[in-house]
Ligand binder design. Structure first.
Ligand SMILES: *Cc1c(COP(=O)(O)O)cnc(C)c1O
Length: 409
C-alpha cells in the first residue's frame, strides 16, 4: 500500500523567488549599527566649542571612565582598535623572530598587528561550540619562539581567560585580549579589561559603544602603561623622570623611543563618554534580543546556535547562525541571499584570517585550522544591535524562519 501523501504546509514563497519580502528595500535591517541620540550630539558639539579638540580634558576623563568600568589600573585611548592592537604588540616588544598565537576566527587586525612588528602570527583553531580560541590548540602551537597569545572574545563572549592565563604564565608569554567585541562582558564576575596583560577595545560604529573611530588599551601593569602611553604619541615624553638628559626649560621634551600618532580627538572622547553612560542600557537590550532570538531559533530545524559558557556574562556583540547542511538543502550562500532578499542584510564573521590572499602569499595553507574553516562555511551574522526595534527583531525572526522552512529537507 502506498504511504499516505504527506500534506505539505502551504508555504509563503521566498522573496528571492518572487514572493513578497518581509521588509522592503527602504526598510532593510543591517547586521549592525550605532545608537546615537541627542546626548551624544550635544557632547560632541560642546567639545567642539571648547578650547581643546584634541589632547584635552575629555581624553583623560574617558581614560578614567574606562578604568572605572573595567576596574583596570590604566587606560590608553587611541585612534582605533587596530592601533590599540599595534600599541599592545609594540609595548610587549614583539619583533622579528617572535611568534604570536592568534585565534583563526577573527578580523584581520588581530594578527596584522603582529606582522606590523615583524613577528609571525601562528593561528590556533577554534572550539566548534563557542567559536572562541581552542585552549588545547594554543598549547600545541607553543614553541620556544612564542612570545604572546592574542585571544579574541568572539561575539562578545569572553575566552577561557583563567586557562589561557595559566598557560601564558607557565611559558612566560604575554596574554593580549582582543576585546573589540566584548566591552561590558564579565568573566567569572570580573570585567573584561581587568584580566589580560593588555586588553584592547574598538569603538567602531558596529561595536557596542562608538566614537566613530576609536580604541583603547587597558592594563594593570605600570611599565606596560608607560610604554603604551609613550608609543601612542611619537615616543615623546614631557615627564622629567623619563628623560635621558636634564630639562632645558619649560618647552623641553624628549623623544626616547619610536612611537606613532595614534591619539584620539577630544570630541571623539566626549562622544564615547556619552556612549559609555548608556553601556548598561545597551547591554540590557542586547541581552534581551539575544534571549528572544535564542527562544525563536532553538526549535528551528537546520539551525545551530552558538553555545554560551556560564563563566562569561556576555554583552552580546554579534548573533551568529550556523546552518546544518544535513537538515537544510541549501548552501550558506543561498541562505544568505534568501535572507537578503527578505529585507535583512546579514554578514559573515569571519573568513579565517590566514585564508586571505595576503596571508596565503606569506605561506599559510588551507587546512591549517580545520574547525575554523568548517564553521566559516556555514555561518552568518543576522541583524543584531541595541537600537533594533521590537519590529526589527520580529521581522528578522520571520525572515529567518521563512527561509529555514523553505529549505528544510
Ligand atoms: C573591529 C575589530 C578590530 C579592529 O578595530 P578597528 O577599530 O576597526 O580598527 C579588531 N579586532 C576585532 C575582533 C574587531 O572586531
Amino acid at each position: 500500500m502506498p504511504a499516505p501523501m504527506k500534506r505539505k504546509k502551504k508555504m509563503e514563497q521566498l522573496a528571492i523567488f518572487g514572493g513578497t519580502p518581509v521588509r522592503s528595500e527602504s526598510e532593510r535591517i543591517y547586521y549592525g549599527r550605532q545608537w546615537i541620540d541627542e546626548d551624544d550630539v550635544n557632547a560632541v558639539a560642546d567639545t567642539l566649542r571648547s578650547n581643546f579638540i584634541t589632547c584635552g580634558p575629555r581624553s583623560e576623563e574617558l581614560e578614567r571612565k574606562l578604568c572605572d568600568i573595567t576596574t583596570a589600573r590604566h587606560a590608553v585611548v587611541c585612534s582605533n582598535g587596530t592601533a590599540a592592537l599595534h600599541l599592545a604588540c609594540l609595548a610587549i616588544g614583539i619583533h622579528e623572530g617572535d611568534e604570536v598565537i592568534v585565534s583563526a576566527m577573527t578580523f584581520a587586525a588581530s594578527s596584522n598587528c603582529v606582522l606590523y612588528c615583524g613577528g609571525t602570527p601562528v593561528f590556533a583553531d577554534i572550539r566548534k561550540d563557542t567559536y572562541n580560541i581552542d585552549v588545547e590548540d594554543v598549547k600545541r602551537k607553543i614553541t620556544p619562539h612564542t612570545k604572546a597569545v592574542v585571544a579574541v572574545d568572539f561575539t562578545g563572549q569572553a575566552v577561557e581567560l583563567d586557562e589561557l592565563k595559566k598557560i601564558c604564565d607557565e611559558h612566560g608569554l604575554f596574554l593580549i585580549e582582543d576585546a573589540a567585541h566584548s566591552i561590558g562582558t564579565r568573566y567569572k564576575g570580573r570585567p573584561v579589561g581587568s584580566i589580560a596583560d593588555i586588553t584592547t577595545f574598538s569603538f567602531h560604529p558596529v561595536k557596542t559603544v562608538t566614537s566613530g573611530e576609536g580604541g583603547a588599551c587597558m592594563t594593570n601593569d605600570d611599565e606596560l602603561y608607560k610604554k603604551l602611553h609613550l608609543l601612542r604619541s611619537h615616543g615623546i615624553t614631557k615627564d622629567p623622570a623619563e628623560m635621558v638628559r636634564e630639562s632645558e626649560g619649560p618647552w623641553y621634551q624628549e623623544q626616547i623611543m619610536l612611537g606613532f600618532n595614534y591619539r584620539l580627538t577630544d570630541f571623539q572622547a566626549a562622544l564615547l563618554i556619552s556612549q559609555l553612560n548608556k553601556l548598561e542600557k545597551f547591554d540590557k537590550r542586547r541581552k534581551e534580543i539575544r534571549r528572544i532570538y535564542d527562544a525563536a531559533f532553538s526549535d528551528v530545524k537546520g539551525l545551530i546556535l552558538q553555545e554560551s559558557l556560564s563563566d562569561s556574562d556576555t554583552t552580546q556583540h554579534l548573533y551568529i547562525l550556523r546552518i546544518d547542511p544535513a537538515e537544510l538543502k541549501c548552501t550558506r550562500r543561498e541562505f544568505f541571499d534568501a535572507l537578503y532578499a527578505e529585507g535583512t542584510c546579514p554578514q559573515v564573521h569571519y573568513i579565517p584570517v590566514y585564508r586571505h590572499p595576503y596571508y596565503e602569499k606569506l605561506g599559510y595553507k588551507k587546512g591549517l585550522c580545520p574547525v575554523a574553516e568548517e564553521v566559516y562555511e556555514n555561518i552568518l551574522s543576522i541583524p543584531f544591535y541595541a537600537a533594533m526595534s521590537d519590529k526589527d527583531v520580529n521581522d528578522t525572526i520571520t525572515a529567518v524562519r521563512k527561509v529555514c522552512e523553505y529549505y528544510a529537507r
